[in-house]
Design a protein around this ligand. Sequence first.
Ligand code: FAD
Length: 393
Amino acid sequence: MLKGQEISIVGAGIGGLATATALAQKGARVRVFEQASGLGEVGAGLQISPNGVAALEALGLRAAAAKLANTPEAVVLRDYRGAEVVRLPMGASAEARYGQPYWQFHRADLLAVLAEGARDAGVELVFGHRLAEVSQKEARVFARFGNDLTAESDCLIGADGVRSVVRGLAVQGRPAEFTGQVAWRGLVPSDRLPKGLFENAAQVFMGKGRHLVAYPLRGGTLINFVAVEERVGWADEGWSLPDSPENLRAAFQGFAPPVQALLAQVEETFLWGLFNHPVLPNWSNGRIGLVGDACHPMLPFLAQGAVMGLEDAYVLAQALDTNGIEKGFQAYETIRKPRATRVQKGAARNAWSYHLRNPLLRGAAHKMLGMVSQKALLGQFDYLYAHDVTEQN
Ligand SMILES: Cc1cc2nc3c(=O)[nH]c(=O)nc-3n(C[C@H](O)[C@H](O)[C@H](O)COP(=O)(O)OP(=O)(O)OC[C@H]3O[C@@H](n4cnc5c(N)ncnc54)[C@H](O)[C@@H]3O)c2cc1C
């Protein structure tokens, strides 16, 4: 049904590029309009759990992605002083349990794989186009961009991220609320740190009202971090707002020596406010639909935002191909909404467990966590990581 259909996608992020590839592979003629002048993406790490790798495989991109992936040996939860609370094996164990590996990427590397996959499938990437307006009439969708250019198509997909213009114009929904948490992110070259300071693992250091996640990228040459602090002061939701590294260092004073050594080397960092977004009433309006963060923005505490965009891509292409555009959008929402909502809520809950403020409560919770068997802890993630999008269509 998609053969020859003209589809416009707004946004060349993880969700937009994956969706473009999946649709073009079904025979659609796809153009992706991106506001930026190129794919040059902010430096940051992305964890792609086994369910995301299953989606990459379905798009035929697993082998290309594998060449750039880091495979951590474990996820390690520590208290803020560095004592190990629990260690979950990843590496070969994750692959055996979930059917696919747990990977970590520099975001620019994964975007490059997706962009190449899109171009190979015949997708046209159009940069420097910022969507300003969208309307639909008689089975056609009309997009107007800030540079006054226009595009017409059979269907338009908003993959334009957490502050989606398409969502605002076509679907709406209730405003987001500040969670009272902010996050810094950054990268530090490993050669500026004592050798072996960070093992090949995703490590979470958990303290009162704050936590820091760190993991290596690009063969261990970089250490990526995301540091979250609860605070009253509001911060914008954008991802590229620079902040002084001194503020970050001050917030994590008293944390374990590896955290101090890492933060001492931070020269550039970005701060963003974390917002709770209410579940949207609809994911589409006629021939206009949404994927990724535009559709179900989530807090970063399960590392699933990009992964959900990959899953969306595969399911949406199947649904539109089987059902046509309008019914296809509805079929896609029926399949995806319960899962994305569950993950959105799960991510919001995780912040609470990382940030316990009362030291007695925190000590007791960490002790209990340490006593739970690895099998039981890993089992909590089965619904998430063992999910293979190709099996539900
Ligand atoms: C520091 C950090 C760490 C994260 N870690 C993880 C992780 O480990 N694992 C994980 O799965 N997720 C993670 N996430 C979440 C993940 O990055 C997002 O969920 C994911 O990038 C969403 O992809 P997307 O394609 O929907 O949106 P985006 O990646 O936001 O892409 C949207 C694109 O649309 C473009 N755009 C916006 N408006 C317009 C317009 N009007 N016209 C044209 N183009 C427009 C933007 O320029 C952008 O290129 C993390 C997020 C952050 C900030």
